[in-house]
Design a protein around this ligand. Sequence first.
Ligand code: ARG
Ligand code: GLU
Length: 720
Amino acid sequence: MHNMKRITWVKLFFLLLICKPVLADEGMWLPQLLEGLNEKQMKSLGMKISAGDIYNINKGSLKDAIVSFGGFCTGEVISDKGLVLTNHHCGFDAIQDHSSLEHNYIKNGFWAANQGQEIPSAGLFVSFIIRIDDVTSSMLARLKPGMTEAERQKIIGENMASVSQSVKKEAHQDVLIRAFYEGNKYYLFVTETYRDVRLVGAPPSSIGNFGKDTDNWMWPRHTGDFSLFRIYAGKDNKPAAYSPQNVPYKPRKSLAISLSGVKEGDFTMVLGFPGRTTQYLPSFAVRQIIEQNDPAKIAIREKVLGVMDAFMRKDEAVKIQYAAKYASVQNAYKKWQGEVLGMNRTGGLNKKQQYEAEFVKRINANPGWKEKYGNLLTALEQEYEALKPYALARDHYSEIIPRIELFSLASKLSSVIAATEKDGNKGQAAALEGAKEWMKSFYKEYDAALDQKLFAVLIEHFVEQQDKSFVSPALIEWTERSGRDYEKLANEVYASTNMDDKDHMLSQLEKDPALKIYKSDKAAQLFEQLSATYVNKVLPQLTAIQGRINTLQRTYMQAQMEVFAEKAFYPDANSTLRLAYGQVQGLQARDAVKYDHYTFLDGVLEKYKPGDYEFDLPARLIALHKSKDFGSYGVNGRMPVCFIGTNHTTGGNSGSPALDAQGNLVGLNFDRAWEGTMSDLNYDPSICRNIMVDIRYVLFIIDKFAGAGHLVNEMRIAGR
Ligand code: ARG
Ligand code: GLU
């Protein structure tokens, strides 16, 4: 009996060390640490596999089936012939690149009937994670307390170079080191990157992007947001540049597909490459985002969208030219609105303040902490206060100046001049070649009249809506001269410049490679002056304050982990491989409005608007619905389409697999519900939901809609 007591003490000690309570749903966890931190809870939520089945460096594990898709999305290998599944909006550039009026793959979809028809996609790559090592101690070597952020970064850079060099890896593998927990920890990734990636299949965008901007970020959702690619390798299965001799890649692991679906409450997990979150900001920093920066950026984008929309409605050609730009401006515009709304609805600031009050209380009760961390929040608050005007100026500049495309041109020409100054004729030749290539695709999607209107509307905003000291004196003078009539000003600028004329510019570049013309162009001069004002009046302060904030945030992160030692912390997203887990769950979106967790093909038909830009449907899909010809993919005469869950995801998780308790593929992540997009700042399980397309809908579209059953045949269906 007394023996038992001793064991209990020892046990308790380890329990305290190991079993920190992990919040259900919230978190983007490190795959290599699941066993210690999360496995127990994941099993209690229903997971049937082990942490070692997800991340294992000694045998094929789930992580070996996951790729960073082009660095901006996620994809997963779903056959032993290197077939990769990702979102339609992730593969869109490749689909668009190969589309023409005769072969309009955007409109009609594309399906390779055999491997010979698969289309190489230059520039596209996928990266696997081979291994993740903790390199914190070598990365933090030689750092001294009290260093400035710049001094610190210099040493970190040197340490990074030496760690990268000494790492054990094969010749074809790469090394990547990333900071975690605001630079309190560093992990090294050994990766393998394949650059021969070919387009295999994509549904028409009336399925792959059904609902377009109206439905973007929205639940209930009815989009078949998927596309298929294949990884090709050299004969030795190693990465190789594109060659017709390359062969389909043989993966260490491919995902098995489950056709059983998931019910409300079922365990799910999402494994992928989330881009960026900021969960550990203090309340006053978050207040600045939702009260100052988000609204400022929303107001600017509202104007951009208004101009684009008016021109796109008038002219079908402009509509095609600007479709992708419009979608990308709209995407963040809508997300920020949801973010502000969600923070307010969930009392997010209040929750942060309570957390800080508890932090201060604990610090004050512990002399050691009080000495180290007593001034931390006050110092942070002062720095964020100092940051305020510069952060706003940054938003005005970065949301407005590059959006005026005449300035993008000016910036390109300016970089050619800079290259000439740096490397003489040799630098010039290379930069000129690059600029010409860039211009060819630039002008394809450029409408000078639209751009002139954007200039008028956005420059008015730039001058009138911010502190004059951040606007260039030259621009102020010019505006005054034109009587603050911005249409007139825009007219003068666009009448005086030749940059908006493609043929003129391209022939000018041949005649005048030193770009003398650029120096006398008024629009170009204006761009130079605007950027000089930004570089002199905003950037230095912004960089200095942000550097001090980074140092303080690093200490604050460390302090939170020390002071709330009972809690498990996950690091903010930084485009590295993470696992989120939660469950399938409906959504109480607002008072009296409750959403189901599943949508069906019937709902797609309910939204159908013949001929509409967003809600039109292919006749074949309508026919399949009518005849209820769902093959083995339907359930009780209905075809499941999308579902939602509490998995904590963000941009970059697009294309990530949704896996069930057995680790089988049940869906494909592609969005979040609008009400909960504040999960990037403060996750709240009451309204944060990720949106996934059901794998059965994906297979139904491939097999029954497109008649590409040969692709389904190469997949591994669990239980078959
Ligand atoms: N909102 C999703 C994401 O953040 C999808 C964006 C692509 N779709 C669109 N309609 N713009 O990236
Ligand atoms: N659509 C996003 C993406 O492209 C994923 C949605 C989100 O932000 O969670 O990565």
